[in-house]
Design a protein around this ligand. Structure first.
Ligand code: SAH
Length: 396
């Protein structure tokens, strides 16, 4: 994989490039750009890596084992910045949500959300976004009502994790080394805004950084990537990352799935399941998670539960039943509790673990499918107009 020094996060107003979020190769290239001898660049990058991703420092002067001259050189050329947090909310149940701005500083327009959910996974999970907006238009999903603005870069994805680590005060220090067992953030789920498999290169690079044992160190087995079913990319995700796979299924026949998840018209259930069966290393200890949103009168009959069992035959699987989370303007309703329990019971009897996911963070619109930012895709002509106006302003 070729990695270039990614300067796309540079603020529109020219400023130094941000090193926080870069992968190992990106950091190595940055060292060379700073004037470090090529043969020493990898070693210097490793030193920085530990400071950036293990200790979470945002200040070069804290890097005590890096020579003073190099620290000064780096501080003159680069920054170690966190993204622009435009809003932070905490739910009554402890779920936390951050709205992060990815545009030029202090300008609304390009935003994505990430959500920390305590008591999920080993200790707590961070739900990260891979895109601003989404192309998929799943009819029950709030994010689906928002156009795709752009893919997030690998660094922007990694920075969501760094924001959560900051807020949870989880960076170890020399005085306070953090035992793995004390961590609050142990799992990552790519279940925020966007379709990760439509931004696979960046997701792969972000996973490498997040999973690196010398830094943030969240193992691949605790990272789950969820897809609405981009079939041709599913085996590739496994081969390139070793992450756990989740599939947003939601329907057991093509007619209904075409309606709920329009991507199904491109890759139908047969193609989807063929791809899932090719996911590497599936076993009883590495199961695929099927997500199934419970929509009243739409997909919640006992017959559909039995169809689901039939579909999953020969796939090591578990099922997450998600009570539908309402959002402003939706016409769907959540299935009744008894209906959900009866559905779960059929799956359980067939031998599948099928926990009903307790909705978390509904009061701050942080639950599954409720994420939506006000980001809008600007037309190229509007962008051009703005740029020209800015140029005009420069001349004044
Ligand atoms: N595009 C990827 C990643 C998003 S994951 C995917 O589709 O898998 C977000 C999960 O929340 C998906 O399973 C999605 O189907 C589910 N979801 C979307 N809207 C929802 C809602 N209103 N209530 C409950 N779950 C929802």
């Amino acid at each position: 994989m070729s990695v270039e020094l990614d300067l796309s996060r540079k603020p529109a107003v020219a400023g130094p490039a941000n090193l926080a979020g870069l992968g190992r190769e990106g950091l190595r290239l940055a060292m060379i750009a700073a004037g470090v001898e090529e043969k020493k660049a990898r070693m210097r990058a490793s030193q920085l890596w530990r400071w950036i991703y293990h200790y979470g420092v945002t200040d070069f002067s804290k890097m005590t084992d890096v020579a003073k001259e190099l620290r000064a050189l780096l501080a003159g050329k680069f920054v170690l910045e966190r993204p622009d947090i435009q809003a932070a909310q905490t739910s009554v149940d402890g779920t936390r949500k951050w709205l992060i701005g990815y545009g030029a500083p202090n300008t609304p327009g390009v935003e994505a959300e990430c959500v920390y959910i305590p008591d999920v996974g080993k200790a707590g999970a961070l739900c990260v976004s891979s895109q601003v907006g989404c192309t998929l238009t799943c009819t029950f999903c709030h994010t689906g009502t928002q156009k795709l603005v752009r893919n997030l870069t690998a660094a922007e994805i990694v920075n969501q994790v760094m924001v959560a680590r900051d807020a949870l005060e989880e960076w170890p220090t020399a005085e306070k080394p953090l035992n793995l067992g004390d961590r609050l953030l142990t799992n990552i789920v790519f279940m925020g805004m966007g379709e990760p498999l439509y931004n696979l290169d960046n997701v792969v690079e972000a996973l490498e950084t997040i999973g690196d044992g010398d830094g943030i160190s969240i193992s691949k087995r605790r990272i789950t990537v969820s897809t609405a079913g981009v079939a041709p990319k599913i085996p590739e995700l496994g081969q390139r990352t070793g992450a756990m796979l989740a599939i947003s299924l939601h329907a057991t026949n093509d007619d209904l799935r075409n309606e709920l998840v329009p991507l199904n018209r491109k890759y139908n259930l047969k193609e989807l399941f063929d791809a899932i069966r090719q996911y590497p290393d599936l076993s009883n200890s590495r199961r695929v998670t099927f997500e199934y949103v419970m929509l009243k009168g739409v997909n919640d009959t006992p017959a559909e539960a039995r169809d689901l069992v039939r579909l999953m035959k020969h796939v090591p699987a578990k099922i997450n039943l998600i009570p539908f989370n309402p959002w402003p303007g939706t016409t769907y309703e959540c299935s009744d509790w008894e209906t959900i329990e009866a559905f779960a019971e059929i799956l359980n009897r067939a031998g599948y673990a099928s926990p009903i996911r307790t909705p978390r963070g509904r009061d701050i619109l942080a639950a599954c499918g409720q994420l939506r930012s006000e980001s809008v895709k600007e037309k190229a002509s509007e962008r051009l107009k703005k740029r020209l106006a800015e140029k005009g302003a420069d001349r004044v």
